[in-house]
Design a protein around this ligand. Sequence first.
Ligand SMILES: [Zn+2]
Length: 424
Amino acid sequence: MRSLPPSPRRAAALLIAPLALGLAAPPALAAPAPAPVPAPAPSAPPQECSDEPRDLPTWKFIDYDEMRRELARIERASHGKVDVRVAGKSTRGRSIYTATVGTGKKVFLVNSEIHGNEKTGTSSLLRILAWLGTSGSPEAKRLRREITFVAVPKINPDGAELDRRGNDHSWDEVQREFPQLAGRPPAWNYLNGTQQGDDYTRRPGFDLNRDFNVDLNYKPKPEDVPGQSSSFGWFLNAESQTLRDIYKRLRARHGKVDVYVDLHHQGACVREDAQNRLLDVAVDYPPLPDVFFQPGGKYAPYAKTYPKDFSKQLAISAFRGIEGDGYIAARYPHAPTRDLPGQARSSFGLNGTGTVLFEVRGQTQSMGHHQSERFINAVTGGLMNMLNDLATGKVRGIDPDSFEQLPGTAEDAAARALRELEER
Ligand SMILES: [Zn+2]
């Protein structure tokens, strides 16, 4: 496997290490007399949160090789209950894995790290797989009987190893892979400047969660590029193609994919609007405005297949699971005009799957792994409650319209600006 150079943020962090070692060197080796120690600056008031990109530790998160070892261990320990397979390859040739457990009729697909700097989902999925694959408890047995659970940890392994949002794929490469796009300007979700403190100029990539099309057999057309946030994506990237193929294979084998969950992170300063506390996880149903499902609207062909109410029922179940375990949940901002059909959850939603977005507070450049254990537990609580409510059928009894009564997100200006930048 090729090893990648550190990202600029990481590189800056590495430079600090020799300086720290220098301070610890024996006096004989320290050349000049030590400078007088400056008086400490008056301490600034502690900052509760910031979206300013910084060099922060991430070692508590699971990297790609650790994930592979853990998947292999879980598969061995499960004695045949967990099936780990290579579903495809990333742009840079890393294997993308599915781990499947359970034999039930209800298919539950979930992925993590489609944005590589949003990492708690991977740890949560590995913990659920380990428990579901080895537990003899009545709860685990029921879940395995009722549900086919398919986890795709690190769907964007190249971005995850670079610890950045986008994957590692240039527009030149895309044009070689799709010659019909020669001479076209890059897709609108192409990252080739600086974003979230990461320098994409020499190693560009794509925001993969804008690359999905409702037509799962879509082939890129020159007139559809560069596109915009309110139009479908094109499956230009190996990672989105792989997730699409996993979805298609599950549909062919099981008739449908009942549930899809996409695990993300968001701004570091977001609060719930009931008690104004910093939240742990916000949840959401797909950003597809109702008005476009009316006759003549662009989503009218999918009016009968799109299960909006089921998505809201699932999101409420997730909310209750997060809150039930003592963490702070909220609705993610969802304006009626929010229209992002190129997201995986929108594409799969229009294809008939109930979909939920998880948005954990903070990303690696704003929080490092600070509070990671808390957030991993909160994500796990939300997913486990969804699995239980799906297995028992309880989810269908939830009033979907009660979603709007749950606490929403009260964002500060910085978090809102960050979200709007990401949603362009
Ligand atoms: Zn994300």
